[in-house]
Design a protein around this ligand. Structure first.
Ligand SMILES: CC(C)(COP(=O)(O)OP(=O)(O)OC[C@H]1O[C@@H](n2cnc3c(N)ncnc32)[C@H](O)[C@@H]1OP(=O)(O)O)[C@@H](O)C(=O)NCCC(=O)NCCS
Length: 210
């Protein structure tokens, strides 16, 4: 029996659990630091907090952090990995992932996505529903490509960056670390570390210029 523990009883967590069960895991169990206030997540109970998960690691064949916030997800992922947790990778059966693509541990790839040949995705990243990551893209750790976002070929995305729902990134663009690309943006220029960009063509949010 393959049992997957998920840390993060969120809406995102439900989608990860659903994808895990569709892709061959027999059972999922949620943990969340909001326990005991947080007792359930959709059809699943929440068993305890992250301390409880650390105490029960031996019961699971896989562990994944299902927290949307990239910074928190990365911190929890590292804590679990250091503790020897068997960090898993979840790929929905309706995702198309090239055999020549590489996915880091802790990464989830949702239904309706395409990850093309030569793409490399780091650890604890999210390729969300219907997103595409085209050939030879290089994504760092704790990246989130939101639903319906599209990365053309040879795009680089730094650690902790977020590409918003429905955004598009032109080929060969370099996005730095902790970048936020707003929903629906069209990125046609490099984006430096820490910047939030919105619109078409994407430009910095006035309040966020550094
Ligand atoms: C870009 C973003 C991070 C900005 O969030 P924020 O800092 O809270 O910004 P605000 O909502 O206060 O908006 C600030 C200004 O930017 C504008 N703005 C915000 N997001 C925008 C977007 N995606 N495109 C164009 N303009 C946007 C707002 O209209 C507002 O303009 P104003 O000052 O003229 O009124 C956010 O709006 C966004 O797009 N997040 C992505 C959400 C997403 O993809 N979710 C998927 C979850 S899986």
């Amino acid at each position: 029996m393959k049992r997957l523990a998920l840390l993060g009883a969120s809406g995102h967590g439900k989608v990860v659990a659903d994808a895990a069960l569709a892709s061959g895991w027999d059972a999922v169990e949620f943990f969340d630091d909001a326990w005991p206030q947080c007792q359930s997540n959709g059809p699943w109970p929440v068993s305890g907090d992250s301390v409880a998960l650390l105490a029960r690691l031996g019961e699971f064949q896989g562990v994944i952090v299902s927290i949307g916030d990239c910074t928190v997800r990365w911190a929890k992922h590292q804590t679990l990995q250091t503790a020897g947790a068997p960090m898993a990778t979840v790929v929905h059966p309706k995702a198309v992932v090239s055999r020549y693509a590489v996915l880091g541990v802790g990464t989830v790839v949702m239904g309706g996505t395409v990850v093309n040949i030569g793409a490399v995705v780091g650890q604890a990243s999210i390729i969300n529903t219907g997103a595409t990551v085209d050939h030879d893209c290089r994504l760092g750790d704790a990246v989130h490509i939101c639903p319906g976002a599209h990365l053309s070929g040879n795009v680089q995305v730094g650690n902790g960056s977020w590409v918003g729902v429905g955004a598009a990134v032109k080929q060969c663009m370099i996005l730095g670390e902790r970048v936020m690309v707003g929903a629906g943006a069209v990125v046609v220029q490099a984006v430096p570390d820490g910047l939030t960009v919105v619109g078409n063509p994407a430009a910095p949010l006035p309040s966020r210029k550094t």
